[in-house]
Design a protein around this ligand. Sequence first.
Ligand SMILES: Nc1ncnc2c1ncn2[C@@H]1O[C@H](COP(=O)(O)OP(=O)(O)OP(=O)(O)O)[C@@H](O)[C@H]1O
Ligand SMILES: [Mg+2]
Length: 367
Amino acid sequence: MILRELSAVNFKNFLGVEITLNPKINCFVGNNGEGKTTILDAIYYLSFCKSFLNPIDSQNINYNDAFFVLQGEYERSGKTERIYCGLKKGQKKVFKRNKKEYEKLSDHIGLFPLVIISPSDSDLITFGSDLRRKFLDGIISQFDSVYLENLLIYSKAVNQRNALLKYFQKNRTFNQDQLDSWDNQLVKYGEVLYEKRKKLIQELTPVFQRYYNQISGGREQVELVYQSQLMEGDFLKQLRNSLPEDMRKLFSTVGVHKDDLVFQISGRPIKKFGSQGQQKSFLIALKLAQLEFLKNTVGIHPILLLDDVFDKLDEDRVAHILEMVNGNTFGQIFLSDTHPKRIEDILSRLKLESSVFEVSNLEIQKR
Ligand SMILES: Nc1ncnc2c1ncn2[C@@H]1O[C@H](COP(=O)(O)OP(=O)(O)OP(=O)(O)O)[C@@H](O)[C@H]1O
Ligand SMILES: [Mg+2]
């Protein structure tokens, strides 16, 4: 899949830009705050119907205006596709594919697959399990729409069960039938989520390890370890056994909403024992594995966004990563960098097909 043209009107600092893109590598260079990440975010928006930076849609509208419009012209499975996204202050977001408005935005997710590597990926290591579950859920949802529906039903059932526990305590009452109905829902949907997460991690792991070895030169062993209480035995039985504790804590302590994905290096948690460079390489390998997995699953080359990934890496590593992502597994690539000279030197040395765009003063110019 290739994004041929991109236009943005009143999207953050860009009042009106229109660019024709390179089918392989596109570099956006410029000083801090000029809008390099914003351009990548506009491309992300067209795939996911939301920003990867700012979850409040209206804050992506230019300060001085009341609407934004993003448009992308793609080539996908041999066909031209036009995606439109418009947002007016105080109104619902409008998303169209070839002039036809979507009934549900979720129908669009996954059609234009995309993977982003950005500085905020480090949150996956440093923050709690919630983000790592979201990471897994995000990958699966891009190719399995039933998964997302199951996840929503499951999350609702957990909330309802928690509310019921509070109701029992407040009113000094108890009703096994009511509890059973939520427990059955948790088991029905939770087990599906568990199996799909387990399968994804099994398939992702060898690809991830291969990329990590390529980046690091095979110096240390890395592992993705799935932790779920559902591995410890019958889910329904565990829910029943946890009832006294759940009643005390007033929330459900057992289920896939407690799952985690532990990142290990040489058998130890990378959060505590990995160097900064090892952590960075780990995250890049993880995202590249996600991309390869997606490509094999959906049969479309996802777009790859690399936001500030080369920051703090030496020239050899940058060249190495660029060579890697230029291979056949990868499709179109967009990257941002504050060092135009360095990136241009590497691109010409490696003879990579590319365009470099200068982002400054609210404009984007091909260099
Ligand atoms: N709603 C908005 N309206 C207008 N400008 C905005 C809005 N939101 C953010 N901006 C500005 O848009 C600019 C673009 O920021 P962006 O993050 O894209 O810069 P960047 O080129 O990636 O910089 P860096 O090299 O620091 O990462 C910033 O100057 C920011 O203050
Ligand atoms: Mg940036």
